[in-house]
Design a protein around this ligand. Structure first.
Ligand SMILES: Nc1ncnc2c1ncn2[C@@H]1O[C@H](COP(=O)(O)OP(=O)(O)O)[C@@H](O)[C@H]1O
Ligand SMILES: [Mg+2]
Length: 151
């Protein structure tokens, strides 16, 4: 199912991320598409706040992947910037400590990433709005349960 949501500032984007984070379970994968500055990292910060993870979420651009341990019994977060990856399967060659199958995987990417790793990722595209530089348009493709939870 698809849901379209517009946020008017970074705080609203974080709140949307937090709302999604609260709906996720171990093994879920979120693919975030959008150009540089779209708000992928901002959204991930909100998502992470729902997971109660250790450490600040920053752009993983220079490290490809950051692993955040949960401070609770909940799943850990693996935050990937796929800018230099061609396929998602390359994530499994990154030598991560975290088992992605029991974590939440969030991947920021530009265009043209091949998904050869996860069966049914939540796919989110973030677009700039032409009229307002702070508005962002989210197109969210996910299961009915997730879409219902976000609506
Ligand atoms: N509605 C909005 N949603 C998200 N970020 C916004 C919004 N309006 C302005 N911004 C700003 O845009 C920038 C988004 O940066 P970032 O999240 O790092 O993007 P990306 O990870 O996609 O490159 C931040 O400086 C943020 O404050
Ligand atoms: Mg980013």
């Amino acid at each position: 199912m698809t849901l379209n949501i517009i946020t008017s500032n970074a705080a609203e984007t974080k709140a949307l991320g937090k709302k999604l984070g609260a709906l996720l379970k171990a093994g879920d994968c979120v693919l975030l598409a959008g150009e540089l500055g779209a708000g992928k990292t901002t959204f991930t910060q909100g998502l992470a706040s729902a997971l109660k993870i250790k450490g600040d979420v920053t752009s993983p651009t220079f490290v490809i992947a950051r692993e955040h341990k949960s401070l609770t019994d909940g799943p850990n977060l693996v935050h990937v910037d796929a800018y230099r990856l061609n396929t998602l399967a390359e994530i499994s060659q990154l030598d991560l400590v975290t088992d992605i199958e029991t974590a939440i995987l969030v991947v920021e990417w530009g265009k043209g990433l091949v998904n050869d790793l996860v069966a049914e990722p939540i796919q989110i595209t973030i677009d700039h709005n032409v009229d307002d530089e702070n508005k962002r348009e989210f197109t969210i493709n996910a299961s009915a349960a997730i879409i219902e939870g976000l609506s």
